[in-house]
Design a protein around this ligand. Structure first.
Ligand code: ATP
Ligand code: MG
Length: 499
């Protein structure tokens, strides 16, 4: 197979022999419904790419010529999300959301704006670009698949599958690049990175995730365009970082990002520290262990990730200030110093990747607990330390540190039995909750209509009492509470939040 210019390549089902039975039934449902309504609809993006690579796709994306509003009207379970780039989520369950995007393209009038915010006055302009050429808003719709392909990021992500004919349609040589293990940006690299600097991080992510090389032209413009990353919203950066480091290829992401000189742009780590082997080896080891956890089906959480990445920055700042204070002050309030420094480091990071508030608090807690775990007299702190929900995560961080610091080994041995006990307790609680949940559910299923209407009456009565002014009088029935707890647990599990 040879890479060709802008020539379209179509492969029949017989030629490509893609295992289409792996395609989500929901994606097929969405495409069929769109087609029945007279629209065009194709499978595209990571779903097709991963199927072609023999991997299990993470999700499925659909591309259509229906506008987001037209898509929403066709599905009860659809939600339009995003202002900058409108897409439609069709939600079947927490794990089954199909992302539908409208063919981008066309010649909608464009507005030049000052910074990265969408202009209010220019609301009617569906395309807005800032002075650096960044697309602050891009909701100009095209009519053809070819136009849509031009707006996608990399050739390997712009291969379309028509599920009705079984044909694979490739406009930019993505199939060839897949065979060569190459990530090649579509169009002029500088323009494409300026339009959306996140494409730089996406190039790094796919290179790490798939083990692919960046094509020369894709690579060359990364360094000159990297400063544009500063204009990306911190919330979007936060999402991208999670995708880079929490999904099983953290160590490879670290390697690629450091090779591209991007890592220190993403995290508030002083270059001197990052260049030290102490810090690099620690991060590399910690990322490898994160990947190992992912491979074992355990979930990786953002607060743990940030606590690892920023640990050296925090602890060196702590040592420095402590040493200064020891010279000049008689009494140091360590608790306040730790909280103050943790807040400082985390807030600096927040400016780049807007972590949610609970994540920020958890990072600081994991760091604070390091001092208790490290204490020379650990017996004194057993009750306090193990009472924290974060104890296990804190001990995980501690063990990573101990791998490089033999002085901590005796503390690891001291705390390990408490850790094992906590883990066993959590497992027991989870099992008994599950059993209680399924018992309640099956009881609920067989419950008589009289019992159900009694519960409803109870609920109305207690609601009435609550409305009458006394909050304490609100009596949630046992069954309702169970149902609420089960729902919350299912949700947490689906969002990977369950320990
Ligand atoms: P995965 O879902 O496995 O992380 P993906 O390629 O499907 O990878 P998504 O973020 O789901 O990534 O995006 C779906 C598709 O939308 C991409 O394959 C690409 O064609 C297009 N796309 C996503 N983000 C951009 C972007 N910033 N610029 C251009 N095209 C993009
Ligand atoms: Mg995808």
């Amino acid at each position: 197979m040879v890479k060709y210019g802008q020539k379209k390549l179509v492969l029949s089902a017989q030629q490509h022999q893609l295992p289409t039975d792996q395609i989500s039934k929901f994606a097929i449902k969405v495409i069929k419904r769109l087609k029945q309504a007279g629209f065009e609809a194709y499978l595209v993006g990571g779903g097709v790419r991963d199927l072609l690579l023999g991997k299990t796709p993470k999700d499925f994306d659909v591309s259509t010529n229906a506008t987001p509003e037209q898509v929403r009207r066709l599905f009860n379970n659809a939600r339009i999300i995003g202002k900058r780039f409108k897409i439609v989520h069709i939600i079947y369950s927490n794990n089954d959301t199909i992302e539908v995007t409208t063919f981008r393209g066309g010649n909608a009038p464009m507005l030049q704006v000052e910074d990265a915010a969408i202009s209010r006055e220019g609301k009617r302009f569906e395309v807005q670009v800032n002075r650096d050429g960044m697309l602050v808003r891009d909701n100009s719709y095209g009519t053809s698949l070819e136009e849509d392909a031009l707006r996608r990021d990399f050739t390997i992500n712009a291969i379309y599958l028509d599920i009705q004919t079984g044909e694979l349609i490739d406009f930019h040589g993505g199939l060839y690049d897949l065979t060569q293990g190459v990530i090649d940006i579509i169009g002029d690299p500088e323009t494409r990175y300026r339009e959306d600097p996140v494409r730089i991080l996406r190039a790094a992510r796919f290179s790490a995730k798939l083990g692919f090389k960046l094509s020369k032209r894709t690579l060359e413009q990364i360094a000159p365009c990297a400063p544009f990353l500063r204009s990306v919203s911190p919330a979007r950066m936060y999402d991208e970082i999670n995708k880079l480091f929490l999904t099983g290829h953290a160590q490879a992401s670290f390697k690629v990002l450091t090779a591209l000189n991007l890592f220190d742009q993403l995290f508030t780590i002083s270059p001197m520290l990052l260049n030290s082997s102490t810090c690099r080896d620690f991060l590399s080891y910690a990322f490898a262990s994160t990947d190992q956890r992912f491979a074992e089906g355990k979930c990786n959480k953002p607060h743990f990730l940030y606590s690892i990445i920023l640990w050296n920055e925090f602890i060196w700042a702590f040592y420095e200030i402590r040493d200064d204070l020891m010279v000049s002050a008689n009494n140091i309030n360590y608790k306040s110093l730790i909280s103050f420094l943790a807040a400082q480091v985390v807030i600096m990071q927040y400016r780049i990747t807007a972590m949610p508030e609970n994540i920020i608090r958890s990072i600081a807690l994991l760091w604070r607990l390091q001092f208790l775990l490290e204490s020379k007299d650990p017996e004194k702190y057993v009750k306090e330390t193990t009472s924290y929900h974060a104890f296990r995560a804190a001990f995980d961080l501690f063990k990573l540190r101990a791998h490089f610091d033999p002085n901590l080994q005796s503390r690891v041995e001291f705390w390990q039995p408490y850790y094992d006990q906590c883990k066993a307790d959590a497992e027991r609680r989870r099992k008994s909750n599950e059993e209680r949940g399924s018992h309640e559910r099956s009881r609920g299923g067989r419950r008589s209509s009289r019992e159900r209407s009694y519960n409803k009456r109870e609920e109305r009565r207690s609601n009435g009492r609550a409305e009458a002014g006394s909050f304490e009088n609100f009596n949630e029935t046992h069954a309702d509470r169970q149902e609420r707890m089960n729902k919350a647990r299912d949700w947490r599990r689906a969002m990977n939040l369950e320990p």
